[in-house]
Design a binder for this molecule. Structure first.
Ligand code: NDP
Length: 287
C-alpha cells in the first residue's frame, strides 16, 4: 500500500468516526430524568383529591404542569377535599380545572375532557387513577359490587383514554399512565372484582400502547403494592397489612409519594422509549 492510499484510508476512517459521533450526539438524551420539559404541559388526573392521585397531581404541579382533576361528589366531605386540593395546587402557581365527574359515565367524561381542554388549552398527560374496591368472596358478591368496581376501575379508564386519544393523536404527543395494582398481576382471596378490573386495565394499557404508539404517545401502567392511603388504612385489616409488609423484600408498605415518583418518570422524556410496560411499585411484594 502506498503512502497516499494509507492517508486516504485514515481520512475515510476519521470521517466515519465523526459521522458516528454526530449521530450519537443527536440522539443523546439531555440529562437523564430532566423534568423541565414538562413545565407548561397540561395533565388530567382522575380522582386526585385524595391518596395516590393527590400525590401524583402535586408532583406534576411541582414540575410546572397545569392540572385538571375530577372527583366523585358523594357529599360535603368530597367537595371540601377537592377544594382543598385545588388550593394546594394553585399555591404551586399552576392553573387548575376541577369539578365532580363520575368516571363511570361516558358522556360526563367526554364533557370533562372537552372542558379541561378548553379551560387549560390542551391535554398532554392522562393519569387514570380513580378506583374503588368492594371486597367479598365471589359466591357472596352482589351484582352491584361487581359492576361498580369494573365500571370505575376499567370502564372509567377506557372512557378517559378514548376521550383524550383524538387530542393526543392530533398533536402527536401524549403520556398516559394507568394506576393498576399488584392484584391485577397476582390475586388474593375475596377480590375477584378488583383483580379482574386491574388485570383488565393491564390489557387496556398494552392495547392502547400499540394503537397510539405510532403517534408518539406512551401508554404505561404502574402496579402499586400496599400503599398507605386512607382507603387502605380504613379498608384493609391490620393482619393483612402486616403480612404484606413482612412478605415484601423491602419489609415496608409504600407511600403515595413512592407512586408519584414513578408516574413522573413515566411522563418525562427519560422514559420516552418505554411503552406498554407495567411497573410494580411494591417493595418486592411480587417476588
Ligand atoms: P382513594 O380512595 O384515596 O382515591 C380514589 C380516588 O378515586 C378518590 O379521589 C375518589 O374520589 C375517586 N373516585 C372513586 N370513584 C370515582 C368515580 N366514580 N368518579 C370519579 N372519581 C372517583 O384511594 P387510593 O389513593 O388508595 O387509590 C388510588 C388508585 O390506586 C386506585 O385506582 C386504587 O385501586 C389504586 N391502588 C391503590 C393501592 C393502595 O394500596 N392504596 C394499591 C394498588 C392500587 P372521592 O374521594 O371524591 O370519592
Amino acid at each position: 500500500m502506498s503512502v497516499r492510499d494509507e492517508v486516504s484510508d485514515e481520512q475515510g476512517v476519521q470521517e466515519q468516526v465523526e459521522a458516528l459521533i454526530d449521530e450519537v450526539g443527536e440522539t443523546q438524551p439531555q440529562p437523564l430524568f430532566e423534568t423541565s420539559q414538562l413545565r407548561g404541559q397540561i395533565a388530567i388526573v382522575t380522582g386526585a383529591s385524595s391518596g395516590i392521585g393527590r400525590a401524583v397531581a402535586l408532583e406534576l404541579a411541582r414540575c410546572g404542569v397545569h392540572i385538571a382533576f375530577c372527583f366523585l361528589d358523594s357529599g360535603g366531605q368530597a367537595r371540601a377535599e377537592a377544594q382543598d386540593m385545588a388550593r394546594h395546587l394553585r399555591e404551586l402557581e399552576v392553573r387548575v380545572f376541577f369539578r365532580s365527574c363520575d368516571v363511570r359515565e361516558s358522556r360526563d367524561v367526554r364533557q370533562f375532557v372537552n372542558e379541561a381542554h378548553e379551560e387549560l388549552g390542551g391535554v398532554h398527560i392522562l393519569v387514570n387513577n380513580a378506583g374503588i374496591s368492594r371486597d367479598r368472596p365471589l359466591w357472596k358478591m352482589e351484582d352491584h359490587e361487581w359492576e361498580s368496581v369494573l365500571k370505575t376501575n376499567l370502564d372509567g379508564a377506557f372512557f378517559f383514554t378514548r376521550a383524550v386519544a383524538p387530542i393526543m393523536r392530533a398533536q402527536e404527543y401524549g403520556k398516559i399512565v394507568n394506576i393498576t395494582s399488584v392484584h391485577g398481576i397476582r390475586s388474593v382471596f375475596g377480590i375477584s372484582n378488583y383483580s379482574a378490573s386491574k388485570a383488565g386495565l393491564i390489557g387496556l394499557t398494552q392495547s392502547t400502547a400499540i394503537e397510539l404508539g405510532p403517534r408518539n404517545i406512551n401508554v404505561n401502567a404502574v402496579a402499586p403494592g400496599y400503599i398507605r392511603t386512607t382507603r387502605l388504612t380504613q379498608g384493609v385489616p391490620s393482619d393483612v397489612l402486616d403480612a404484606a409488609r413482612e412478605g415484601s423484600a423491602l419489609g415496608r408498605l409504600g407511600d403515595p409519594q413512592d407512586v408519584a415518583g414513578v408516574v413522573l418518570f413515566l411522563c418525562s422524556e427519560a422514559a420516552r422509549h418505554v411503552t406498554g410496560a407495567v411497573v410494580p411499585i411494591d417493595g418486592g411484594y411480587l417476588l
